[in-house]
Write a protein that binds this ligand. Structure first.
Ligand SMILES: [Zn+2]
Length: 364
C-alpha cells in the first residue's frame, strides 16, 4: 500500500470527471502526490454554479480548518490510495485490494465535509474508474456495510442510474446521520439505484448476512456492475463506541468470501475495499485481518457455489427481518424489483421462519 501511495504516475493530470461526480473537476495527481500546488487544487470547481460555489467555499474552510497540519494531505492520500488500486485493478495488475483510507469518506458529499470525512474516497474512485476506463467500467456497485448510513455517497449518486449504492446500517432517531430509510431510493433516472437497509440497534451477524442474501445479492445480479467498491467500515462490530451493532469480526471475513464469488460471477472479480469507520482499535484490527485474509485466500473449490447460499451461525432477529423486508418492498416497483425471484424473505433462515410470517407471499 505504501508503494501504491508513493508511486502514482504523474501522467494523469488534469483529469476531467463527467458531470454528476462528487467533484465536477479535480486534478487526480493532486490526490496522490505531495507536490500538488495549492490546497484547493483538488477541490477545483471551475464549472460549478454560484450557489455551488458557496458550498465549495465552505468546504475549503472546512478543510483548511483542519488542514493547518496534515489533515487535508491525509484526505488526498486516502482518496489517492483507492485511485491507485483502481489503476492496478483496471490495468490487470490485481483484481481485488484493500485501501487503508484515513480519514474515511462516505459521509462527505458533493460539497460538504462531515462525520470525520473530508473527501468521499469511494465516490471519487467510482468516478475515476468510469472516467478513466470508460470502455470497461460503465456501472459501479458501491456496497457500504459501515454502521452509519453513508449519506454523502447517497447524495453524490442520488440521480445516477449507473452507480448502485447499497447501504446496510443502523437506523434510529438521533443516530448519526439521521438518514438512510428504506424509502430513500433515489430520484429521476437514479430512482431505484439507491438501496438502504435500515437496521435496528443491536443487529448482528445473522442480520447482516440476511441483508446481503436478500437485498445486495439480487440487486447486484440484476444491476450487473463492471466494478464493485466496498465502503468497509468496521464500527458495526460489537463493542464499537459509536455503534450499537453486535457483529463479529469473523462475519466480515465470511461476507468478503461471498463477495469474491459475486465479483467473479459479475465483473471478473474486480472488487476494491476502502476503509470507512471503526473506532474500537482491537475490533477494527481484527475485522481488517479477517477481510484481508479472505481477500488473500483463493476460493476453495467447494466454496465456489452461489454467493450467500449458506446459513449464518445466528438467525436474525425479527426486527431485522422486517427491515430487510421493508427495503425489498420499497423496491418492489423500481428497476431492480427486489421482491421478485423469491417466495420468502426468510429462506434460507429456517430458524427465523418459525417466528415471523412470510410477508411477501401475498405480494408476489
Ligand atoms: Zn461509521
Amino acid at each position: 500500500m505504501t508503494q501504491c501511495l508513493n508511486s502514482h504516475s504523474s501522467s494523469r493530470r488534469p483529469l476531467w470527471l463527467p458531470p454528476g461526480g462528487c467533484l465536477e473537476r479535480f486534478d487526480a495527481d493532486s490526490l496522490t502526490t505531495k507536490q500538488s500546488a495549492g490546497r484547493d487544487t483538488y477541490l477545483t470547481a471551475g464549472s460549478l454554479e454560484a450557489q455551488q460555489g458557496r458550498s465549495f467555499a465552505r468546504r475549503r474552510v472546512n478543510l483548511e480548518a483542519t488542514d493547518g497540519s496534515e489533515c487535508g494531505e491525509a484526505a488526498r492520500f486516502a482518496a489517492g490510495a483507492l485511485l491507485a488500486l483502481v489503476d492496478e485493478c483496471l490495468m490487470g495488475g490485481i483484481r481485488q485490494g484493500l485501501a487503508f483510507c484515513r480519514p474515511p469518506g462516505h459521509h462527505a458529499g458533493r460539497c460538504s465535509s462531515t462525520g470525520f470525512c473530508l473527501l468521499n474516497n469511494v465516490a471519487v474512485a467510482a468516478q475515476y474508474a468510469r472516467a478513466r476506463y470508460p470502455d470497461v467500467v460503465k456501472r459501479v456497485l458501491i456496497f457500504d456495510w459501515d454502521v452509519h448510513h453513508g449519506q454523502g455517497t447517497q447524495e453524490i449518486f442520488w440521480s445516477d442510474p449507473e452507480v448502485l449504492v447499497v447501504s446496510i446500517h443502523q437506523f434510529e432517531k438521533g443516530f448519526y446521520p439521521n438518514s438512510g430509510a428504506a424509502t430513500e431510493t433515489g430520484v429521476g433516472a437514479g430512482k431505484g439505484y439507491t438501496i438502504n437497509v435500515a437496521m435496528p440497534p443491536g443487529y448482528g451477524d445473522g442480520c447482516l448476512w440476511l441483508a446481503c442474501a436478500k437485498v445486495l445479492l439480487p440487486a447486484a445480479q440484476r444491476f450487473r456492475p463492471d466494478l464493485m467498491l466496498v465502503s468497509a467500515g468496521f464500527d458495526a462490530v460489537e463493542g464499537d463506541p459509536l455503534g450499537d451493532a453486535m457483529c463479529t469480526p469473523a462475519v466480515f471475513g465470511k461476507i468478503t468470501t461471498e463477495l469474491k464469488k459475486l465479483a467473479n460471477h459479475l465483473c471478473q472479480g474486480r472488487m476494491l475495499f476502502g476503509l470507512e469507520g471503526g473506532y474500537a482499535a482491537a475490533g477494527l484490527a481484527s475485522c481488517i485481518g479477517q477481510v484481508a485474509q479472505a481477500l488473500l485466500e483463493p476460493l476453495q473449490p467447494q466454496a465456489k457455489g452461489d454467493p450467500f447460499a449458506i446459513e449464518p451461525d445466528l438467525a436474525p432477529k425479527q426486527a431485522s427481518l422486517l427491515s430487510v423486508y421493508a427495503t425489498r418492498l420499497a423496491h418492489q416497483m423500481l428497476p431492480l424489483h427486489l421482491l421478485e425471484g423469491s417466495r420468502s424473505v426468510l429462506v434460507p433462515f429456517r430458524k427465523a421462519a418459525c417466528t415471523v410470517k412470510q410477508p411477501e407471499a401475498s405480494s408476489t
